[in-house]
Ligand binder design. Structure first.
Ligand code: MSP
Length: 505
């Protein structure tokens, strides 16, 4: 089984905010989880560098578009690197190989009669780069409230409407193709109305920053036609010698997207693939938005945004990754505020996970010369803890397979809470003096829980979990199988107390 996940490719009109970091951190975390499970995995992200938004952003900086994107892309790459996000490939739509794939597809569809010339008269939203019919406008604006202008011109159209029935059938026959279920219903609802054809050209007189249409050099292609193809070009589609690589990853492709781009991914993209005779991806998962105070989508056009690195400077990289993946069910919207971040990080990382580590290592230092006590199971509470801990890895895997990494983390947190309660009952700070065997059993069990938890949280917080594992004397590369096994630490190994792993903020 292979795992292939993509994020949207981000417009390089500005530097990324927390919303962009969210999708990318989740995709990185899921990839690391699948690698932990022993599956071959591929993670693709990148930047969408053509189109009106980028051209306008370059103009406002008085730069030519290429210079502008070359500068901004570095900021995306630097920020992702700082957040420990490690894509297997970072695609830029200005890369020559990608542009060639786009042109090949256009040519192929044109030759097959899937693209035709037509006269377009209607409304155009510059900021969304989408054409609307009169009927689709709401109070003279686009359905999401953006300004529109009237235009009339020759354009090229992709016969999207021809695939409407096939797409509906595919969605109905594959209930997990579009997730969550609410989004699936939304797309089916959208497809109840007749689907139009898709205008895939933009005249160079209005926009020249794009991939030139191979059969008419007065036009560039619509930015979405170019951008969506990144998911295929990024893994070798239409590149000589890479057919097998493409097939290997494509079969299990999951597109992680924000709900703002549901229709482009669930309607435009699958119909394009059908016309190109490429099988559809396995899943499109649309997550909710981070909202700012007043319940507005965090977005530069709506007001101040939180930058990932500002947050990282307050709580650290791993805690930020933890918060983003943990805080909410990916299908829902959620408020992003510094208070919520601090509350979550303090209660679950500092007071629960971190506290369990510090208290156990301190007591091992005090009563056992800082060495791992022997493994025993005389107390029924120890047995109970072991049984829960041994089941955890499979439960985490189930949640991750449903793209519910938040729930996976929640299960680890429950075990940590149970373990802190176990320590409170056994009171090793007292029994350490009166009944060292009992205290030793308790502290060794805590170390086993910490080991299992750190392995299972390592996809979310790679650096901190690795540090924790080293401190408890477990220096091998975390593996999933070892997360299912109790008692793997070596009795007598020296542990290192050190500073708190997650200081209270
Ligand atoms: N370039 C297109 C996508 C092309 S994909 C073939 C685009 N780019 S974007 O820069 O606007 O980024 C959109 C994505 O950023 C969203 O789909 C989502 O993944 C993420 N987010 C942007 N703002 C967000 C929030 N406030 N909350 C959560 N995620 C959001 O659209």
């Amino acid at each position: 089984m292979t795992f292939y996940i993509t994020t949207p490719i981000y417009y390089v009109n500005d530097t990324p905010h927390i919303g962009h970091a969210y999708t990318t951190v989740i995709a990185d975390t899921l990839t690391r989880f699948h690698r932990l499970f022993g599956e071959e995995s591929f993670f693709l992200t990148g930047t969408d560098e053509h189109g009106q938004k980028v051209q306008s952003a370059a103009k406002s900086r008085q730069l030519d578009p290429q210079t502008h994107v070359d500068e901004l892309v570095l900021q995306f790459q630097d920020i992702w690197k700082t957040l420990n996000i490690e894509p297997d490939f970072f695609i830029r739509t200005t890369m020559p190989f990608h542009k060639k794939v786009v042109q090949d597809c256009l040519q192929n569809l044109f030759e097959k009669g899937e693209i035709y010339t037509g006269e377009y008269e209607g409304w155009y939203s510059v900021s969304e780069e989408i054409f609307y019919t009169e009927d689709e406008l709401v109070d003279g604006k686009s359905p999401i409230g953006k300004d529109v202008v009237k235009i009339k011109e020759k354009n090229y159209f992709f016969k999207m409407s021809a695939y409407q029935d096939r797409l509906i059938k595919h969605i109905e026959a594959n209930p997990t193709f579009i997730q969550p279920d609410g989004k699936r219903s939304e797309v089916l609802g959208f497809l109840k109305k007749p689907l139009g054809d898709l205008c895939i050209s933009r005249t160079k007189s209005r926009l020249n920053w794009g991939v030139e249409i191979p059969f008419d050099n007065d036009y560039v292609t619509y930015v979405w036609f170019d951008a969506l193809l990144n998911y295929a070009s990024g893994i070798g589609y239409r590149q000589a010698g890479k057919e097998d690589i493409f097939k290997k990853w494509w079969e299990n492709c999951v597109h992680l997207i924000g709900k703002d781009i549901l229709i482009t991914h669930s309607v435009y993209w699958p119909t394009m693939l059908m016309a190109l005779d490429v099988p559809l991806p396995k899943q499109i998962f649309a997550h909710g938005w981070w909202l700012t105070e007043g319940d507005k989508k965090m977005s530069k056009s709506e007001g101040p945004v939180v930058k990932p690195l500002d947050m990282k400077d307050i709580i650290g990289v791993d805690a930020l990754r933890y918060f983003l993946v943990r805080d909410r069910n990916p299908g829902n919207d959620g408020l992003f505020s510094k208070d919520l971040v601090l509350t979550r990080v303090n209660s679950e990382l500092a007071n629960n996970f971190g506290n369990l580590l510090s208290r156990s290592l301190t007591l091992i230092g005090k009563f056992f010369e800082g060495k791992t006590p022997p493994l025993t199971e005389n107390d029924p509470l120890t047995k109970e803890l072991r049984i829960t801990a041994e089941k955890l890895a499979d439960e985490v895997k189930d949640s991750v397979n449903n793209l519910e990494a938040n729930e996976a983390i929640g299960k680890v947190v429950e075990l940590l809470t149970q373990t802190n309660r176990y320590v409170d009952k056994i009171e090793p700070w007292k029994t350490g003096k009166t009944d060292p065997a009992k205290a030793g059993e308790c502290l060794r069990s805590v170390l086993e829980v910490l080991r299992i938890s750190a392995i299972l949280l390592s996809p979310v917080m790679p650096t901190k979990c690795f540090e924790l594992l080293c401190r408890i004397g477990y220096n091998s590369k975390p593996t999933f199988i070892e997360a299912k096994m109790w008692g793997l630490l070596k009795t007598g190994t020296v542990v290192t107390a050190g500073e708190p792993l997650f200081p209270r903020v």
